[in-house]
Design a protein around this ligand. Structure first.
Ligand SMILES: [Zn+2]
Length: 633
């Protein structure tokens, strides 16, 4: 290194060594280069800087980014240089310091202004000298061009491979790499059967949450591949979660397709934290690489597309029906506002409030209108719809019932198969553990003890599974006996009976309703005290109905009549306190089933006009009160 350019004015200031590898993997694996970078520190000392005035900036280790905005180390360096505190900046290559030319030139500019030298392994440069400046500029340009070609080559290579379906990425569970590098189905029968069962479940329920609930109810776990470095790629069974099921349903690999570029990364949206471009999911028809029938599939491509549509619909946006959910309001998802035409939503009440849900047209309000368009309680509307529906569809009943019954049987068979597989796996593991235990020398106590513990664990799991399945079998028994089956068939011929049966869930009721009804429109503003209802049937006809609006307070909780009349009788002579105490002694309770308080008695007296000249404190002696009550009661 030439040292003539280094003056004592430089040496009085600090020397900065800038160290950087862009990704954590590079930090781990590219040690050679890192070491070379750190060795620059010795160069600074050689050039005459005392070790105490050499500072290494390595905060940008493991940080990629083509601009300086998210590299705090580079920013700090630039600040220090511009403050005139830096005598020399040392780095390996220009590209390490600045990833694009504007950053590089900015740094050169401020180094020139503050009289700071720049050095790499090749030599020391003074940005104030025209020749050095030229050289530094060329170095910056070359390093940018080098990066650009490198990136283009890698990027193009990757896409090229992907377009041929040859780019490797970790396979989803249920697939393994075949001998020639292709994808084959997992040889583990249980894994395949469980995935089949999951897709079958979604076919039946159409709701991810129900799929998870069913799997959990059956004690069935989902296979996953370990992604952590330790045990990478090995198979583990985990309790099903919503996220896991959704990921499987969204993955086109299970439909036999090789897909690349499902997400696009735009420069416009970047994470404010890391500076990385954030992903935006493309729709199916915009996927740049899509090779169907690339490998064996679990479901057909049409079904995959249908599932995507279904998952999207379950978001329950304005334009689609969504699936029937569990709430009590029967028209959920198919009810529209008769005034503005928008979809109405259901406002459910807390169970303890004991009020029926309401249909509310609130989209306009969400969009900035001053108030909601209209709202009405669901009870009378639902009752009217059900009456019309049951009257209209009686010939439908058989066609509805028989598939339901067949489905029930099939479900049970599929469930049992899954349970048998899981049990078989557990038994196999227990046998394996036993063999390992048998094989070890009993004198080798430590190992034998550990193996015995593992064997016991496996046996315990077998026992636990056996118990769960025995219970599940027992629970399912009712639907299998011939008598029950006949009874259901009989019942199924009678839709009203099915409708009102206790075992019918609201979800099933809604499903039945939707078989006949496309949508319902409500208008509660046209006529005072009533709601106009237009039902659009799936057959295409529209029928009009009128529902009476319930009077305010109708159907709400009331204080029992007995208590009210007792209050009326005592109101003139006793204090609220005494009345409340007497009512409670007599075992009477308020509308909410709780003990009476002074305030409640006072409220009822005032409401019914009996509060005149009511003394605030006790006015009648205790014994008189008792006698007056006993006379009256
Ligand atoms: Zn409206």
């Amino acid at each position: 290194m030439t040292t003539t350019k280094v003056q004592s004015t430089h040496q009085e200031r600090t020397a900065f060594v800038y160290v950087r590898q862009s990704t954590p993997v590079q930090v781990m694996e590219n040690r050679e280069s890192t070491e070379r970078q750190y060795r620059l520190r010795d160069c600074a000392i050689e050039l005459g800087w005392p070790p105490s005035r050499v500072e290494v900036i390595d905060e940008d280790q493991g940080r990629s980014g083509s601009t300086a905005a998210h590299r705090t180390g580079f920013q700090r360096l630039a600040t220090e240089v511009s403050l005139g505190k830096v005598g020399i900046v040392l780095m390996l290559e220009a590209s390490r310091l600045a990833r694009n030319n504007s950053d590089w030139y900015r740094l050169m500019e401020i180094c020139g202004l503050s009289g700071t030298l720049i050095a790499d392994e090749g030599g020391v440069y003074n940005p104030r000298e025209p020749n050095d400046r030229l050289l530094l500029g060329v170095k910056g340009t070359i390093s940018e061009a080098e990066l650009f070609t490198l990136r283009t080559r890698l990027y193009e290579g990757r896409w090229n491979k992907a377009r041929k379906g040859l780019l490797h990425f970790s396979l989803p569970v249920g697939y393994v790499q075949g001998a020639e590098g292709g994808w084959t189905l997992d040889p583990d029968t249980q894994v395949r059967a469980r995935l089949d069962y999951l897709f079958e479940c979604f076919r039946r329920h159409g709701v991810v949450r129900s799929v998870v609930r069913e799997l959990k109810g059956q004690g069935l776990e989902l296979p996953t591949r370990v992604a952590a470095q330790e045990g990478y790629g090995s198979l583990v069974w985990k309790a099903p979660t919503l996220g896991a099921v959704i990921r499987i349903l969204h993955n086109p690999a299970y439909a036999g397709a090789y897909v690349y570029g499902r997400s696009e990364y735009s420069n416009l949206r970047r994470s404010p934290k890391t500076g990385k471009a954030s992903a935006h999911v493309r729709s199916v028809d915009q996927w740049p690489v899509k090779i169907t029938a690339h490998h064996p599939a679990y479901i057909g491509w049409e079904e995959f597309v249908k599932n995507q549509e279904r998952l999207r619909q379950n978001w329950n946006h304005d334009e689609n029906r969504g699936v029937p959910r569990e709430g009590r309001a029967l028209l959920q998802g198919i009810v529209y506002c008769g005034i503005c035409g928008r979809k109405m939503r259901v406002q459910d009440r807390a169970a303890k409030e004991n009020r029926s849900p309401s249909y509310v047209c609130g989209r306009g309000y969400d969009d900035g209108d001053e108030k909601i368009c209209q709202s009405m309680t669901s009870r009378p509307i639902d009752a009217a719809v059900v009456e019309v529906f049951l009257g209209a569809v009686s010939p439908l009943s058989l066609r509805v019932a028989i598939p339901v019954l067949d489905q029930l049987e099939q479900d049970l068979i599929a469930q049992r198969r899954q349970q048998e597989l899981q049990l078989e796996q557990a038994r196999y593991e227990a046998r394996l553990a036993q063999r390992q235990y048998d094989a070890v020398d009993p004198a080798h106590r430590l190992v034998a003890g550990e193996l015995e513990r593992r064997w016991n664990e496996k046996l315990e799991r077998v026992g636990q599974l056996e118990r769960t399945y025995a219970q599940a079998e027992q629970d399912a028994e009712w639907s299998l006996t011939k008598e029950e089956r006949a009874a259901i068939t009989r019942l199924s011929q009678d839709l009203p009976a099915i409708w009102s049966a206790e075992t019918t869930t609201n979800q099933e009721r809604k499903q039945l309703l939707r078989m006949a009804i496309e949508s319902v429109q409500l208008d509660g503003m046209g006529q005072a005290g009533q709601i106009e209802m237009h039902i659009r049937w799936r057959s295409g006809t529209i029928t009009d109905h009128v529902v009476k609006r319930p009077a305010p307070g109708e159907g709400s909780l009331k204080t029992p009549a007995e208590a009210v009349s007792q209050i009326h009788r005592m109101a003139g002579r006793n204090s609220y306190d005494e009345i409340a105490a007497q009512l409670n002694r007599a075992g009477l309770r308020s509308a909410f089933g709780r003990c009476f308080t002074t305030q409640q008695v006072g409220y009822i007296c005032r409401r019914d006009g009996m509060a005149k000249r009511q003394p605030r404190c006790k006015s009648v002696p205790e014994e008189n009160l008792d006698s007056s009550i006993s006379k009256e009661s």
